[in-house]
Design a protein around this ligand. Structure first.
Ligand code: GLU
Length: 382
């Protein structure tokens, strides 16, 4: 059986080709140096200081350099979804002046030519790319039960081998197409796995805008791309979405940094240019009792809660200015010299972002807020 025949059995409902999507979502017609960035929350929790910081920079860049800031909802984990979350996140961001130019504007309102912007509405797109991968021998169905995977893991531990589904441990990688087709036809549950061409002993150099040049081993894991229920995992969905939505810059939490080799492998096998990545470190503070640096925590630090700023009467623009001091340490001296300038006149520089985590300083926030209020008219203050 050919790969094409197997792909047809796996994805009988796919009617489009990947070329159709390339035509539907053409390159954006933007000027030189324009930035297309996105905020891509999962509707599993409320906005917190880390997401506010990331989304502020994401919305700042296209306003500064031209381009588009859009909002995409990454709702592929239905089990963890919190009802009402999308609406709350959009409102919370808007309360800090962060409003997308495109994408999800409200729970039932999407604006723009590159949608749908909600991942659960994009399954036909993901399946079209999945089918293409199977046809080109870049992916295959795998049928292990969780118990079988556990046995593979234990076996690796016993042999002191690297843990994961790769090479000789990837049981279904080299099983014949006929056998796989039979299993599918008999109703055996399956996931779609990448057929990795990577080599763990080769290096992949990532040029991150914040972390700089970092070497990782290439990805060689046959990672799951689409789960048993037909829903993609983050890695697969992000690559397809950021390509089709013509994103130029992906800013996200540093917890995603180790996954970049997989993302680069996916971009390469589709023949696409990867966006520029900027992995932002967590915001930290000095713990008053221990004197040690630790992650800003919603539980212990009032300033980590979004309501704090509204309760304390910190004007929106002062919060934005403060967050920019966390982003680029020279922002504060620029602000001192240009108190009335628009924040968009500031020369933002990724190289000035802290790779180890900016330090939150409430006194500085209050100072910026005071200075800002002092320059407001009596009417504005009222
Ligand atoms: N949905 C992902 C998260 O909430 C977004 C990561 C990204 O921006 O690509 O962590």
């Amino acid at each position: 059986m050919t790969n094409k025949e197997l792909a047809d059995i796996m994805y009988p409902d796919v009617t489009k080709t990947i070329e159709d999507y390339e035509t539907m979502y053409p390159e954006r017609n933007l000027g030189e140096g324009a930035i297309v960035s996105r905020y891509a929350p999962s509707p599993t929790g409320d906005v917190h200081m880390g997401s506010l910081f990331t989304s502020l920079i994401e919305s700042f860049l296209p306003k500064k350099f031209g381009g588009v800031f859009y909002l995409r909802i990454e709702d592929t984990d239905k089990k963890r979804e919190v009802p009402g979350c999308v609406e709350r996140q959009i409102k919370d961001l808007a309360a800090f002046g962060i409003v997308p130019m495109e994408g999800v504007m409200a729970p039932d309102k999407e604006v723009g030519e590159y949608g749908p912007y909600t991942q659960s509405h994009r399954l036909d797109i993901y399946h079209t790319y999945a089918k293409w991968m199977v046809e080109h021998d870049y992916a295959y169905p795998a049928f292990e039960t969780p118990e079988e995977l556990e046995i593979i893991r234990k076996n690796q531990e016993a042999r002191k081998a690297r843990i994961g589904y790769f090479g000789g441990f990837a049981k279904y990688r080299d099983v014949s197409n006929d056998e796989k087709a039979e299993l599918i036809k008999s109703g055996t549950p399956w996931v779609l796995r990448l057929k990795s061409r990577g080599n763990y002993n080769r290096k992949c150099v990532i040029n991150d805008l914040v972390k700089g040049k970092v070497e990782f081993p290439e990805n060689d894991l046959d990672q799951i791309l689409i789960k048993e229920n037909g829903i993609p995992v983050y890695h697969f969905a992000h690559v397809i979405d950021d390509h089709l939505m013509r994103t130029t810059h992906v800013l996200r939490g540093e917890e995603w940094f180790p996954s970049v080799p997989l993302h680069i492998e996916l971009f390469n096998l589709f023949g696409w240019k990867a966006p520029r990545y900027a992995h932002l470190s967590v915001i930290t503070k000095i713990d008053e009792t221990t004197g040690n640096r630790r992650k800003l925590s919603k539980r212990y630090d009032p300033e980590a809660r979004m309501s704090y700023y509204h309760e304390e009467g910190v004007p929106v623009i002062a919060t934005q200015k403060y967050l920019l001091t966390l982003a680029n340490s020279n922002f504060e001296s620029w602000l001192d010299q240009n108190p009335d300038a628009s924040i968009y006149d500031f020369n933002f520089d990724f190289k000035k972002m802290s790779a180890s985590g900016s330090l939150f300083d409430v006194e500085k926030l209050k100072n910026i807020s005071r200075n800002h209020i002092a320059r407001m008219s009596a009417n504005e203050v009222y």
